[in-house]
Design a protein around this ligand. Structure first.
Ligand code: UN1
Length: 498
């Protein structure tokens, strides 16, 4: 059914408003059933260079277009995405595997971002500030940086792209976008939408290909002034060091080891719902997914029993079948990585309570599926409690009290999202203050960030920048301080103020 939604068998790069063919390509595989969905171009450095040249020229004009008019394009984009929401969602499920309900949620996140950032076209606030000297006016304003590069992952192929490209475009930049090769269809669809929405040519350029070529050229290109990256820790760190050498601004979001804390006073039914949704939804393939449960020892047994009962109810399979709640794992390499952690967990002495294996019944034959897994009696320092597995795997860690729970939560190298279930108001306020993550939830799971708030984290999750929210504009703009002296004489700051 969804196959017929595709308009082409092979995607093309989108450079300077043209659909440009590349010779090399790779198959895009539906992780639910192993079928080839489409071919994705594997570009070389030439494509990036052409895109940057086009972007440089186009950006100069675009920066002069009043921001409310730039925003009109985003309003059109939001409207078109809204009209095509079902089509986009089905295509997203085909390339990424996430179940349709979640695909719809992700597309909605992109629609929300379009309208939110379009609104920024009428704000893009700077500041007026009193000057030190009489008859002098001072202000700071946001300016576009020029050509920016965005590198997006396969797990949220449309939402994350909107978090980055929409603020960049409304602020007056031109974008070079390298989508993940596993999930190129959302980039293709979004570029078509931008084209129809009236974006001038050269402002959004999509170059498909491997990170080792396309990404590498982007990172080293003198005319790309910003790199905004979401993806793996190793790649992000390499990008950061390469950008550092060139004094290029870089914004990184590189995952988490997110925990749900369940206190002895928690509403356990609610906690179970929150854990199941944020740990096993999207098969645990969210940066924000819960992969640790830190539980007060007095409620540990009851929580385990309820979790087990709910895990058994989870239906697993192709996301286009709406009776399934958990979809496939993106590819074999990701599946192998998850499987490797089963052995590690057992060797470390964790007790496997549920799952722990690859699903290999006939109906799963050509896809990649992993059983929702629960390890219990884990300690905070085990590798399964410390390392990002990026699959439907939870490590349950018992603790004795609230302070220990906070300490265990913070005792990992990541700091993206955390959550606490408690009915004690004092604990709520202490937790939101002390949990060392960029996102904190109270009485909800670790996933489900809204686009008008900053998205990102502390420590190994990133480098201090944020996606989405008004804060994303900081990545794609430079601050300019402007002083206008209308005194008619030379006034020297710091000297004539005495
Ligand atoms: C991600 O996994 O990188 O907060 C993005 C959430 C979603 C976005 C996740 N709104 O779970």
């Amino acid at each position: 059914m969804a196959q017929s939604l595709l308009v082409t068998e092979k995607l093309n790069n989108f450079i300077d408003g043209e659909w440009v063919e590349e010779n090399d390509s790779a198959d895009v595989i539906n992780p639910a059933n192993g079928e080839t969905v489409v071919k994705v171009p594997l570009s070389d450095s030439g494509a990036v260079n052409r895109a940057v040249e086009a972007a440089k020229t186009a950006q100069k004009e675009w920066a002069l277009v009043p921001a409310p008019q730039r925003a009109d394009v985003l309003f059109n984009v939001g409207q078109l995405m809204k009209e095509r929401k079902e089509r986009l969602s089905q295509l997203l499920t085909m390339e990424n595997g996430k179940v349709l309900e979640e695909a719809r949620g992700e597309v909605q996140e992109g629609i929300d971002m379009a309208f939110y950032m379009a609104g920024e076209g009428r704000r893009l606030f700077g500041h007026t500030t009193p000057a030190e000297l009489p008859n002098k006016f001072s202000m700071s304003q946001r300016c576009p940086v020029g050509v920016v590069g965005i590198i997006t992952p396969w797990n949220f192929p449309i939402a994350i792209a909107t978090w980055k490209s929409f603020p960049a475009i409304v602020a007056g930049n031109a974008v070079i976008w390298k989508p993940a090769t596993e999930t190129p269809i959302m980039a293709y669809e979004l570029s078509k939408i931008f084209e129809e929405a009236g974006l001038p040519k050269g402002i959004l350029n999509v170059v498909y290909g491997k990170g080792s070529t396309v990404g590498d050229v982007m990172v080293h290109h003198d005319d790309i002034r910003v790199i905004s990256f979401t993806g793996s820790n190793d790649t992000g760190r390499n990008i950061a060091s390469e950008c550092g050498k060139q004094l290029k601004k870089v914004s990184l979001e590189m995952g988490g080891k997110n925990a749900v804390i369940v206190m002895d006073d928690a509403d356990l039914d609610l906690a179970v719902e929150g854990i199941i949704w944020s740990a096993y939804g999207t098969s645990g393939q969210r940066c924000t997914a819960a992969s640790r449960v830190i539980v007060h020892e007095d409620v540990k047994k009851r929580l385990e029993e309820r979790l087990l009962a709910e895990i058994e109810k989870l239906t697993i399979g192709d996301g286009l079948d709406e009776s399934n709640k958990v979809g496939p794992i993106i590819n074999k390499a990701a599946l192998d990585k998850i499987e490797k952690y089963m052995q590690i967990g057992k060797e470390e002495g964790a007790k496997l309570m549920a799952g722990g294996y690859v699903l290999d019944e006939d109906k799963y034959a050509n896809g990649h599926y992993f059983a929702p897994t629960l390890f219990t009696d884990c300690t905070a320092d085990m590798r399964i409690s410390q390392e990002e597995i990026f699959g439907p795997v939870v490590s349950l860690i018992p603790v004795k009290n609230f302070n220990e729970a906070i300490e265990v939560n913070n005792g990992v190298s990541y700091g993206l999202s955390s959550s606490i279930f408690t009915t004690d108001a004092n604990r709520v306020f202490k937790a939101q203050r002390d949990l060392d993550t960029g996102i904190v939830y109270v009485n909800a799971g670790t996933t489900g960030a809204e686009i008008h708030l900053p998205f990102g984290g502390t420590k190994g999750t990133g480098n201090g920048h944020r996606d989405s929210g008004v804060q994303a504009l900081d990545v794609f703009t430079e601050w300019k301080a402007v002083y206008i002296d209308y005194s008619g004489k030379l006034q020297r700051a710091q000297i004539d103020t005495e």
